[in-house]
Design a protein around this ligand. Structure first.
Ligand code: PDD
Length: 286
């Protein structure tokens, strides 16, 4: 079945979908994005993703070409047209295509933003990496200083993921001034003596929608949480480690820079949080 995607107002087969070479998303990474997971044909935490999208747009003074109600409708149309049960939807909004390449932003009254959405099917509730946990490497955080905005500047995260692959790992964790910031595309946690430790929110990390949900569930389950920076050495000596993202939920990590974490098997805290997440989130899915 050919996938149907959404491009600037049209639902099209993916092979017919085109964007301008002058689109600022393509030329300058002048774009923001969201990834929302889909379970049982419904969107998990859509409101959270839309709230962060609006914040990203506003931080960059970018205007969305569609309203947030229209955005929900487009997501639903794509789920239906692609018969999507489990996976996710990628959404990107750009500052649009000016007449030429220009570092100055075009007037949003004259140039409408670009918008692209597509679905992807993926087994997110159960897979090998969840059963076994993954290996990660650490890498210096050379990304820009406004990581709280969900922009498409993903060159360095993609470099980090390639470095991880070369080292026989799956993911990379960024380190700045000796402390872990976050994963290449996820927020990260360690557990020591029953306490969940994760870096506090600031411009240094993306404010994960899954992070917010997981910390809420952890508090409701009377788990102790400390929001503070931690080092790679502390993570290697922890009882367990994990990462969260919209399509990874809670992903166990069993090795960091070649050092086994805990027993080397997915730990009970990340497992429990994953179970709660999968049980609770469908109740508010749209
Ligand atoms: N990435 N940190 C970074 C740098 C991310 O790119 C992501 C998500 C997260 C977790 O955020 P959330 O829980 O809202 O998904 C943290 C998405 C999934 C991606 O790029 O595919």
């Amino acid at each position: 079945m050919t996938r149907t995607v959404y491009v600037n107002g049209d639902y099209l087969p993916e092979t017919e979908a085109k964007v301008s070479i002058f689109d600022r998303g393509f030329l300058m990474a002048d774009a923001v994005y969201e990834v929302t997971s889909v379970l049982g044909g419904k969107l998990l935490d859509f409101q959270g993703h839309v709230a962060r999208l609006q914040r990203s747009l506003s931080e960059l003074q970018m205007v969305s070409p569609v309203t947030m109600d229209e955005l929900l409708e487009i997501h639903h149309q794509l789920i239906e047209k692609n018969d999507l049960d489990e996976g996710g939807i990628y959404l990107q909004i750009t500052r649009g295509a000016g007449a030429d390449r220009d570092f100055l932003w075009p007037d949003p009254e004259e140039v409408q933003g670009g918008i692209v959405l597509f679905t992807f099917a993926k087994k997110i509730t159960a897979n090998k990496s969840i059963d076994e946990g993954i290996k990660v490497i650490s890498i210096e955080d050379l990304r820009w200083g406004r990581r709280d905005i969900k922009t498409t500047q993903l060159l360095y995260p993609s470099f980090a993921k390639m470095q991880a692959k070369k080292a026989g790992a799956t993911d990379a964790w960024f380190v700045e001034d000796g402390y872990v910031t976050e994963g290449y595309a996820n927020n990260v946690y360690i557990v020591k003596d029953g306490v969940i430790i994760t870096r506090q929110l600031s411009n240094d990390i993306l404010h994960g929608i899954t992070r917010a949900a997981i910390l809420k569930f952890a508090a409701e389950a009377q788990m102790k949480v400390e929001e503070r920076p931690f080092t790679i050495e502390e993570a290697q000596a922890a009882d367990e480690a994990f990462a969260t993202s919209a399509t990874g939920f809670s992903q166990p990590v069993v090795e960091i820079d070649g050092v086994t974490v805990g027993t080397g098997k997915p730990g009970p805290v990340s497992k429990r949080l994953r179970e709660i997440y999968i049980e609770e989130m469908p109740k508010t899915a749209l």
